[in-house]
Design a protein around this ligand. Sequence first.
Ligand code: AMP
Length: 364
Amino acid sequence: MKTIGIIGGGQLGLMLAQEARRLGVRTVALDPAADASAFAACDGRIVAAYDDAAALEELCRQCDAVTYEFENVPGEVLIPLAERYNIPQGFRPLYDSQDRLREKRNARAHGFDTPDFAAVDGLRSLRDAVAQVGYPCVLKTRTLGYDGHGQAVLRSEEDLAKALPLLAVPCILEAFVDFDYEASLVMVADGEKVVTFPVGRNIHRDGILDLCCVPAQELSPGLEQRMRRTGESFMRACGYTGILAVELFVKGDRFWFNEMAPRPHNSGHWTIEGCTTNQFRELVRYLAGLPLEEPRLQAPTVMKNILGRDLEAAERLAAERCEGVFVHLYGKSESRPERKMGHVTFVGTDAADYAARWAGKFVQ
Ligand code: AMP
């Protein structure tokens, strides 16, 4: 029996372990919190800090293949381990995604359009960058930003003052894209084949993903084909294997790369029930050396993210056991209004059905 190691024990690790078990694959997760979500579904656990070299080595020793479920695993930790153990995705996709400037340059060099951008390392280069990119634009810290943290939209000269706190660290300035909607493309590659999941529409609330609607009504089959083909050739050109999620901005029949993550993605959770195979299962298949399966959409599907404020509503829904409604709760011990506590997948439901039948059950 194969064993997969997971660096990180959050909800992504939990769902990965659940899918691994369905495929007869064992898992061991490493996380600093003794009550990490993933431990509930793993066969083994290592409670240790992410930079504890001895503990990470122990994880590698216990496993046939090791993966990660968050982006900020440091290279100093992973590179030496990847030389001696089987960490098949390696450090490269993490390295390429850990810095927004490097990430956008890499995306452009390998076939994606990106918003116009420029590097910023102080007020002077901010002025030069604004002259190049124009207003409106978005200033972002190059590293460690997430869900809209570490960024500011600049609409005119007057907004430059609000950029000042960000300039303490290296930044990137991007053209503001007046997109129609956001979408994401989740892909798994094994070095020969690349499988891509159907593309949906992502709807954010306060900077956090709220809903994924698949298929996106606005997305024509031709445009979706182009997204999938661009993604596939990007994976091949970069030489990435394993899983990659790319977030896109879409306007009319154009799309732009926003950012990527070489791990399962929140916008792919709907695939667990909405597709014939899902993002976690395909990652396990890749890690266990099994051939990849081509995913097919089962039915229109909507995923609703459950933050702390919606936890009670999700628990009520779980108790109702309605047809086509799948409630996932991650078992986190502490609930906070903005913390991701679970998600609910509505299969056989499109965006209009969701708005009419289900949206009212959650905090508006
Ligand atoms: P990010 O952390 O880069 O994903 O940005 C968080 C959110 O800010 C995105 O989901 C978008 O809604 C918005 N955003 C980021 N960059 C841009 C941009 N260049 N143009 C318009 N909106 C943006």
